[in-house]
Design a protein around this ligand. Structure first.
Ligand code: ADP
Length: 425
């Protein structure tokens, strides 16, 4: 599909369907961007209450029933023309792709999105295409484990195949830790009723890859990858759980390494068959080369999309809205540096309050401190939880200054948490 080059001010008009899981961090960013562009938005989402706001109309769907949701959306499409379809998060990318396919709007092959969405299929696909990935095996927790775990080398990482945001991802250093982790992940998956039984029983066990980690945010146009931003993750991520913390751009990797990262991510997209729209990839870098950990057919999660505005001069959502409507915004070179700290949830319990917000906000370079969880609500850290306490955004001339500002702002915060005792009945 050919995308017509436009300036953002000329995306105007049109009606976009945004398919988002309940409580997505991403919906409001898309609604806001569309509003600024004069694009009408219909949000298709799940939940007891539809998220109709004064800016966007809502359509209630059941994400557990993909076929029924597809039919409901197509019925809605008979009443009103959609000029683009966007799936905001992992849970909605396949449905969005199916809708776009039915309506003849820009989309990836459905099979490619299904592969990207499923960690076991993704690994098998990348292995077949000789993309560098950790050694892995697929475990079925419903059958005897001893034979399946024979000969495992440690350290290893064990993870569910259909969750995201590092939920249930655990590093293990020996068999006892592996057994404990499997029990823990199985308990997490038991409550994930939107997953199929098979998804709840399947785990991916893979070699732990040491090294630095980077995240690439890109857009695919006709199979060609446009890198929007490459983020360094300056804190070591050695486990046992893998909380995202600092993201800083531009990357400090050499131009050569950055080109190699792009090449590997492009190879992974090609292996999956992804050709269109946003791509968020995570990789490890060490002396052996670039290792693909994940390539998802969606934008970066949380509120981090805001960083792209600094990196490219455009909102990430503008780029995605344009792409979904067969248009392409040309991205300029990066000026200055930007970063985010996804504020770690280091303790479980009830959030009493966050102190020091004003001091954090006053640190030079800090653009915003945004606490996402309200006082009185429960904090559930990884590996069970999957949300962030909040975000700190910074901007400065260099990545080093950005990182320093984020660390200094974080030091100002005192997160007061009360213990929570749960009565087991
Ligand atoms: P999710 O999609 O839930 O974020 P990932 O598979 O991307 O799950 O893993 C989340 C994080 O866990 C990664 O960003 C990385 O830090 C760590 N991780 C996952 N697999 C490995 C691995 N094989 N070796 C080293 N670290 C890993």
């Amino acid at each position: 599909m050919q995308h017509q080059a436009v300036q953002p001010a000329r995306i105007h008009a049109g009606r976009v369907l945004v398919i988002a899981p309940h409580g997505s961090y991403r919906s409001s960013a898309f609604i806001q961007a569309a509003q600024q562009q004069g694009i009408e938005v219909l949000i298709a989402s799940q939940g007891e209450y539809s998220i109709v706001s004064e800016f966007a109309k809502g359509l209630q769907i059941d994400l557990n029933d993909e076929q029924q949701s597809l039919e409901k959306i197509l019925q809605a499409a008979e009443q009103q023309t959609f000029t683009g379809i966007i799936g905001t998060d992992d849970a909605t990318t396949v449905l969005a792709t199916r809708v776009a396919q039915e309506l003849g709007l820009p989309h990836n092959p459905v099979a490619a999105v299904r592969i990207a969405r499923s960690k076991d299929q993704a690994r098998q696909c990348l292995a077949q295409h000789n993309v560098r990935i950790p050694d892995f095996r697929i475990i079925n927790t419903a059958t005897a484990l001893d034979a399946q775990l024979e000969g495992v080398t440690y350290p290893a990482v064990i993870k569910p195949v259909a969750l995201s945001a590092s939920r249930g991802v655990i590093r293990v250093n020996d068999r006892a830790e592996l057994d404990a982790a499997i029990t823990r992940i199985t308990a997490i998956l038991q409550d994930e009723l939107q997953l199929s039984e098979q998804q709840r029983q399947t785990l991916l066990l893979e070699q732990f890859i040491p090294g630095k980690e980077a995240a690439l945010e890109g857009m695919l146009y006709g199979g060609e990858l446009d890198v929007l931003s490459l983020f360094d993750k300056p804190d070591p991520m050695d486990g046992p759980f893998f909380e995202e913390t600092y993201y800083v751009t531009p990357s400090s990797f050499s131009a050569e390494v950055q080109a190699a990262i792009k090449q590997e991510v492009q190879a992974a997209c090609h292996a999956y068959g992804l050709t269109e729209g946003p791509v968020h990839a995570e990789c490890r870098i060490n002396e052996e080369g670039i290792w693909i950990l994940e390539v998802a057919a969606r934008t970066i999660g949380g509120l981090c999309g805001r960083l792209l505005r600094f990196g490219t001069g455009h909102n990430l959502e503008d780029l995605v809205l344009a792409h979904a409507q067969t248009k392409r915004i040309k991205v300029g070179a990066q000026e200055g540096a930007a970063g985010v700290l996804m504020i770690p949830m280091s303790e479980a319990g009830i959030l009493k309050r966050v102190e020091g917000l004003l001091d954090a906000q006053r640190v030079p370079g800090i653009e915003e401190v945004s606490i996402q969880i309200r006082d009185g609500y429960e904090l559930v850290p990884l590996p069970e939880g999957g949300s962030y306490l909040g975000f700190i955004f910074a901007r400065a001339e260099t990545s080093v200054q950005v990182e320093q500002a984020l660390r200094q702002a974080h030091d100002c915060l005192n997160i007061v948490v009360a213990p929570l005792w749960k009565v087991k009945i």
